[in-house]
Design a protein around this ligand. Structure first.
Ligand SMILES: Nc1ncnc2c1ncn2[C@@H]1O[C@H](COP(=O)(O)OP(=O)(O)OP(=O)(O)O)[C@@H](O)[C@H]1O
Length: 565
């Protein structure tokens, strides 16, 4: 896994080495400052040479200025490295997410997905930047400071070293607790997101049922859980920082006392003494860094695991290696003994169906009979469990998915509109369509009068999911998209919601115009559509139980006669 993680550094190796190199140099300079102080006190002061003192001070300032520059580089370019990696991962995650199957999305929670693409990747970015750099600096200053202290005064250095294992044990112990607490916090944030997403997304339903307080109570549970978990984390943080502070100060006092003793005995110079005291601070700092690494690293790694899992999710429905681009289709469609179930429960059972190019077939039957499911197999939103489907004699899975879907228009019951303008929403049917083409499609879909009445015309913003449009208008936008797409095959899932008869007539005539010259499969809830169909397929319990023209089916006196009667 680490190898894969470091693979993401490859395009940014230059940045990585720049960041890493500057961090190492800065670490070395940190070690040089205590030595400079020692030399200053022990060698310069006794000489009483003022100009040399000023020169030394200027030299020290230059060193500090250099270190400032190095630190600025580390902060900016290091974070740049992190965000570059994060951006690349986010792009891949989004790309993959847009390709996952309907079956996968049936089980997904959007709130959690959003958290993965945003928060998880942010954590990884942080680790990508700080991980190697922190670990290296910590190790280097830790060992370096100890060697220098040992060089100044071995016995004193050993006293400091005695305290190190205790501090490390502390850091590791609390680091582990911190990791667990953070994991819990993030899981709480996930719950939170899901709740927010559903309550706000469904706020109209919440209000319609007067269930605001109920939602607030549910939210309060998540909110309080989050608070409790956060408080746990703060407790651990308080303990760690208190212990760290106490540890450092105690060691400093011990060093002060012991150092003073050695100075009085003439074993240690004053400069060595002061330098040593500063080194204790330098030596101690990596412990904090190690604590930080122990805290952030597992978070990043947990995020990276989830990211890898996401990328490894099988899109289920994808192009076979030998799939060919679909040629311009005529629109002959065949279902051969097709069966399907979303899970173990069979929904479609051995469907055989032959539709000629240009034909309009209406599907009717009781709710839950499998009409929508059957038609969802044609653009390969789901794969049949057995049997096969062909268009123009070619099996669907021989064709490249995009080239197939480009030739199938879909007008479904619940039209999804994006939160932009009417223009953007209609143009979704064929990206890059000109304004003239968009307007023409809108008029064909009977949106003309609406466009004329809107001061902003095509630029009118439709609101999130198109809330500013009526149900009938949304339907017409979907029809306009289909006109613009101009596919040889059309799937219409009629709106079941009652439209007034005038609107219904307009939409029906737009749909009739749309289906001219195309193979049209329509899930019919209205008699008007059924009459226009060349044939009617009556579905029941996942089977086609009757097939034929309206008159013949009525005369037969079977299921259809009962349904339409
Ligand atoms: N995504 C899904 N996951 C699992 N089961 C599903 C899914 N979609 C539909 N079903 C189930 O499949 C069965 C057939 O549903 P389908 O929507 O195809 O029926 P329909 O004939 O179109 O009904 P309606 O006329 O009410 O739209 C139903 O029992 C439904 O519960």
């Amino acid at each position: 896994m680490l190898r894969e993680f470091f693979g993401y550094y490859r395009p940014w190796l230059g940045l990585f080495w720049l960041d890493f190199g500057c961090a190492v140099l800065s670490g070395l300079l940190e070690l040089a400052f205590p030595l400079a102080i020692t030399a200053f006190i022990d060698h310069l002061l006794p000489q009483g040479n003022w100009s040399l003192t000023v020169a030394a001070a200027i030299g020290l300032m230059v060193l500090y200025a250099a270190n400032t520059g190095l630190l600025a580089i580390v902060v900016y370019w290091g974070h740049k490295l992190g965000i570059n990696i994060e951006t690349e991962m986010r792009a891949r995650a989004f790309d993959h997410l847009t390709r996952l199957s309907w079956r996968w999305y049936d089980r997904a929670r959007t709130g959690k997905l959003v958290a993965r693409v945003t928060r998880d990747l942010e954590e990884i970015g942080e680790v990508a930047h700080h991980g190697p750099e922190d670990a290296m600096i910590a190790l280097m200053t830790f060992i370096g400071a100890f060697l220098l202290m040992f060089w100044i005064h071995p016995q004193l250095a050993m006293i400091v070293a005695l305290i190190v294992p205790a501090m490390l044990a502390l850091v590791i112990f609390y680091g582990g607790r911190m990791t667990r607490t953070w994991r819990a916090i993030y899981s709480r944030v996930g719950d939170f997101n899901v709740r927010l997403e559903e309550a706000l997304g469904g706020v109209r339903v919440v209000q319609a049922f007067g269930n605001e307080s109920h939602e607030s109570e549910l939210f309060a549970v998540d909110n309080q859980n989050y608070r409790k978990t956060k408080l746990e984390a703060y407790k651990v943080m308080a303990t760690v920082s208190a212990l760290q502070y106490m540890g450092l100060r105690f060691v400093q006092v011990i060093v002060m006392v012991m150092g003073a003793y050695y100075v009085m005995r003439g074993d240690l110079t004053t400069g060595g003494f002061v330098g040593f005291l500063v080194l204790v601070g330098v030596f101690y700092r990596p412990l904090e860094k190690i604590a930080a690494v122990i805290e952030t690293y597992p978070r990043g790694i947990a995020g990276f695991r989830r990211y890898q899992e996401l990328l490894a999710t099988d899109p289920e429905i994808a192009d076979a290696p030998d799939a060919i681009p679909a040629p311009a289709l005529r629109g002959d469609i065949r279902f051969e003994n097709v069966s399907f179930g979303y899970d173990e429960r069979p929904i479609l059972r051995g469907i055989d169906l032959d539709i000629k190019a240009g034909e309009t077939v209406a599907f009717v039957g009781p709710s839950g009979a499998g009409k929508t499911t059957l038609l969802a197999l044609l653009p390969r939103f789901y794969e049949p469990t057995s049997g096969r489907i062909t268009v123009d004699g070619m099996a669907l899975d021989q064709l490249q998915l995009h080239s197939l879907r480009r030739q199938i228009g879909l007008v479904s019951q619940d039209v999804f509109l994006f939160g932009g303008s009417l223009r953007e929403n209609i143009a979704y049917g064929r990206l890059g369509a000109s304004d003239a083409e968009i307007t023409e499609a809108a008029r064909q879909a009977q949106l003309g009068p609406l466009l004329d009445s809107l001061p902003d015309g095509l630029n009118t913003i439709v609101g999130e999911r198109g809330v500013m449009l009526s149900g009938g208008q949304k339907q017409r936008v979907a029809i306009a998209r289909a006109f613009l797409k101009n596919p040889p095959i059309l799937i219409l899932d009629e709106a079941t919601s009652a439209l007034d008869s005038q609107t219904e007539r307009e939409i029906q005539s737009a749909l009739d115009a749309l289906s001219v010259g195309r193979t049209t499969l329509v899930i019919a809830h209205r008699l008007g559509t059924i009459r226009n169909a060349d044939r009617i397929a009556v579905m029941q319990d996942g089977r086609i139980v009757e097939m034929g023209e309206h008159g013949a089916l009525v005369a037969r006196g079977g299921v259809y006669a009962r349904l339409s009667g």
